[in-house]
Design a protein around this ligand. Sequence first.
Ligand code: DLL
Length: 448
Amino acid sequence: MTTTNPNGAIVAARMRVAATPVEERDPEERLDRADLEALQLERLQQTVHHAYANVPLYTARLDAAGVAPADIRTLADVARLPFTTKADLRDTYPFGMFAVPMDQVARIHASSGTTGKPTVVGYTAGDLERWGDLVARSLRAAGIRRGMKVHNAYGYGLFTGGLGAHAGIERLGATVIPMSGGQTARQAQLICDFEPDAILCTPSYLLTIADALEAAGVDPRSTSLKVAVLGAEPWTNEMRRELEERLDIDAVDIYGLSEVMGPGVGSECVETKDGPHIWEDHFLPEIIDSETGAPLPDGEMGELVFTSLTKEAFPVLRYRTRDLTRLLPGSGRTGMRRIEKITGRNDDMIILRGVNLFPTQIEEIALGIADLSPHFVLELTRSGRMDALTVGIEPHPDASAAAAADAADLLRAQVKERIGTSVDVRLIEPGHLPRSEGKLKRVYDLRD
Ligand code: DLL
């Protein structure tokens, strides 16, 4: 059973786990807006001083902009600071933006990046402690408690997902099952044997695991799992509904990025499921116009930008995430603002004959058609000067050939109607598309 909440999110009518009672929340989660903003300002001032004094790139940038750390007198003054981008991390590869001597760096993570050098980030022991606390806060908001078993299928290693989630589970006092990604048949087996209450992985990987359970003759609804904390890639409320119904769980959204910390920059509350609350005591969010860089008011769509407020080894000033969303008032945690569920990144946007399209828009439409599966890829090709997009999609395994063909026609028609562009749809035999083991690659650009 699902219903739609006032924010348009599709939520389960019945929760499988309980919301966090107010008295079990961190004191910061209970701050009112004025006290939170006072804390943010104090921490912002410290961060700007620290970054200016210890990172040559920030010294040079602030000097060039004519801004001194002492000029930051209000939270709005953050807009006087220059932006930081992924290119800055690449240009200072590997450790040029660390703000503490190496003997204070307790851990390094890196993201592979699709092109060129990876981006490298560092943490002091204090940073790792705060990160563990924030992931614990995120998991608590998702309804996970001490005494529960948590199957962690985010990848361990340089990716922040595995080890970041791991520390939070331990910090919460729950039992961690450190699976990492991959070996999917074994994941399914251990879910049956160890009976975890919760699973942490990407939404696309949870689909793969559900398939593996079925392949092993296990009804995915019959496992011990009650809640999944899913993130690291864009996913829609339609995917939430699909996963909740398929596995009889609550599916909760966790957000983060390595440059800003890792998982747990923000997270949803299980009782509202209306977009991640940003843990604003540690990160100051802004929304800007991607084209002009101008700050936008709360409620308007734009690019999400973060300034860290407590990071020691790797402070970031106005880091441009390339994620597109808007800031909304808090709901489950009233003092902290939320972001609308992120369904697109600047980088993922396909411009097809003048129309902007995100892969999640296809996901949303495909999941509304019963005879289609959630497994699809997007292929961009060019013939002459015309770009074309083909949606390669597996029909639902139980659909007849005729039903699958009708479903493909319906997908084509709905994409045209709702997005305003023509695409080709190619049906692919069930089980033949590559399955996710982490972050799923959906778009294949075959244009030369
Ligand atoms: O993906 C950190 C993470 C791990 C978050 C596990 C949540 C769970 P990166 O590899 O640096 O870090 O990728 C960050 O992934 O800028 C978004 O584009 C995307 N992303 C992360 N979480 C979400 C989410 C980790 N909940 C990039 N919804 C971000 C949509 C997300 N996109």
